[in-house]
Design a protein around this ligand. Structure first.
Ligand code: NAD
Ligand code: WQD
Length: 337
C-alpha cells in the first residue's frame, strides 16, 4: 500500500513509517513540524534505504492541506497529526479542539472526495477516563470523567469517525487506543524528542540520566498500587508501530477499535529502577504531591488486538529503557544537535 502518514515526522509516526517501509509499503509524510523535525523523516529514509517523501502542510488549514495533497496518491491514511500535551490542552482548549478536530474533519472529507477508504486513527487509553476496572478492555465505558480537552478531543474524534462510517459505509477505519508509548528504534537514530520540559515519565527520566535535569519528581506515592506510585502499561514504540501495520493490513469496511498495550503494569519506581539498570546512570528523585487528573492504575487488556490483529507486544520494559537510553545518550539535544 501507499500510506499517507499525517504527523508522520513525530515520535510514533516516524517509527511506524520505518516499519511500513521495511514491510514493503510506500509512505508519504504530511506534517507541519509544529512538534517535530524534518530530520526525523531523513533518518527514517537513511535507516530504511527507501524514499520518504515529505509534504509540509497544516492539516487543520483545509485550503492549504487540500492544495498540498493535490496530485499525491495514497490508498490508506494513518492519522497521527494532532496536539498531545494534556496540560497545554487545559490552558489552550480552543487551540487543541481546533487543531485536533479540524484536522480530522478535513482529512475525512478529503478521503471521501478521493475515494480513499482506509483509515487508522491514533486514539488513546485516555478516553476510558477514571478506570472502573483494570485491565481495561475496549468495552470499558468511555467519555466519563475525562479531565482535559486533549482527552475529550480523542473521544469526540472517535465519534466523528463512527458517524462518518454511518454515512459512508465503504469506510474502513481502525481506532487504536494506545496506552503509554515509550522507547525508541534500537539503532538510537530515531526517538522521542520533546520540546521543553518533558510531560511524560520516560523522556523525563532519560533527561535526568543523561544529566540534562537534576532529579525526577515522582507524582505521589500513596496510590493503592504495589509501591504507592502510579502504575501504567508502557508499550515499546516498535511494538506499537507493528500494531499499526497489523491493523492496516487487515482493514475492511466498518469501524474497529483496539487497545494497543502490553497487558502488564509498571509503577513509576519500577520504571526508574529499570532505567538505572539499562543506562548505568543514577536517576535521583523526590516524591511530590500527585499531579491533578492522574489515576492510580491504567493497564490494557490487549486480548482483542492479540486475537483479531494477530499482534502482541514482544519487547520488555528493560528493552524500552535500553532503546530509550540509546536514543537519549546519542542525541542529548534530540534532532537539534
Ligand atoms: P508527536 O507530537 O511526536 O507527533 C504528532 C505529529 O503531528 C508531529 O510531528 C506534529 O508536528 C504533527 N502535527 C501536529 N499538528 C499538525 C497539523 N495541524 N498538521 C500537520 N501535522 C501536525 O506525537 P506522538 O507521540 O507521535 O503522537 C502521535 C499521535 O498519537 C497523536 O495523535 C497523539 O495524540 C496520539 N497518542 C500519543 C500518545 C503518546 O503518549 N505519545 C498516547 C496516545 C495517543
Ligand atoms: C506516567 C506515570 C505519572 C511524569 C499521558 C496522557 C495519556 C497518553 C500518555 C496521549 C504517572 C508519573 C510522570 C513525571 C511522574 N498520551 N510521572 N513524574 O499520564 O499515564 O499518560 O501520556 O494520549 O493521554 O495522559 O503518562 O508519562 O505523563 O505518566 O511521577 O515527571 O508517571 O504520575 O503515574 P500518563 P505520563
Amino acid at each position: 500500500m501507499r500510506v499517507l502518514l499525517t504527523g508522520g515526522a513525530g515520535y510514533i509516526g516516524s517509527h511506524t513509517a520505518l516499519v511500513l517501509l521495511e514491510r514493503g509499503h510506500e509512505v508519504v509524510v504530511l506534517d507541519d513540524f509544529s512538534n517535530s523535525s524534518r530530520e526525523a523523516a531523513r533518518r527514517v529514509a537513511e535507516l530504511s534505504g527507501r524514499e520518504v517523501p515529505v509534504i509540509e502542510a497544516d492539516l487543520a488549514d483545509r485550503a492549504a492541506a487540500t492544495a498540498a495533497l493535490d496530485g499525491v496518491d495514497f490508498d490508506a491514511v494513518i492519522h497521527f497529526a494532532g496536539l498531545k500535551s494534556v496540560g497545554e490542552s487545559v490552558a489552550e482548549p480552543t487551540r487543541y479542539y481546533r487543531v485536533n478536530i479540524d484536522s480530522t474533519l478535513t482529512l475525512l472529507d478529503l478521503m471521501r472526495e478521493r475515494g480513499v477508504t482506509n483509515l487508522v486513527f491514533s486514539s488513546s487509553a485516555t478516553v476510558y477516563g477514571d478506570p472502573q476496572y483494570v485491565p481495561q478492555d475496549e468495552a470499558h465505558r468511555t467519555g466519563v470523567g475525562l479531565t482535559n480537552p486533549y482527552g475529550w478531543s480523542k473521544f469526540m474524534i472517535e465519534q466523528i469517525i463512527r458517524d462518518t462510517f454511518t454515512s459512508w459505509p465503504e469506510l474502513g477505519a481502525v481506532v487504536l487506543r494506545y496506552f503509554n508509548p515509550v522507547g525508541a528504534h534500537p539503532s538510537g537514530r530515531i526517538g522521542e524528542d520533546p520540546t521543553g520540559i518533558p510531560n511524560n515519565l520516560m523522556p523525563f527520566i532519560a533527561q535526568v540520566a543523561v544529566g540534562k535535569r537534576e532529579r525526577l519528581s515522582v507524582f505521589g506515592d500513596a496510590y493503592p498500587t504495589v509501591d504507592g506510585t502510579g502504575v501504567r502499561d508502557y508499550i515499546h514504540v516498535m511494538d506499537l508501530a507493528e500494531g499499526h501495520v497489523a491493523a492496516l493490513e487487515r482493514i475492511a469496511p466498518g469501524v474497529k477499535t483496539y487497545n494497543l498495550g502490553s497487558g502488564t503494569g509498571s509503577s513509576v519506581l519500577e520504571v526508574v529502577r529499570a532505567f538505572e539498570e539499562a543506562s548505568g546512570c543514577p536517576v535521583p528523585y523526590t516524591v511530590v504531591p500527585p499531579r491533578p487528573g492522574d489515576v492510580a492504575e491504567v493497564v490494557a487488556n490487549p486480548s482483542k488486538a492479540n486475537a483479531e490483529l494477530d499482534w502482541s507486544t514482544t519487547r520488555s520494559l528493560a528493552e524500552s529503557c535500553r532503546d530509550s537510553w540509546a536514543w537519549q545518550s546519542a542525541n542529548p539535544d534530540g534532532y537539534r544537535a
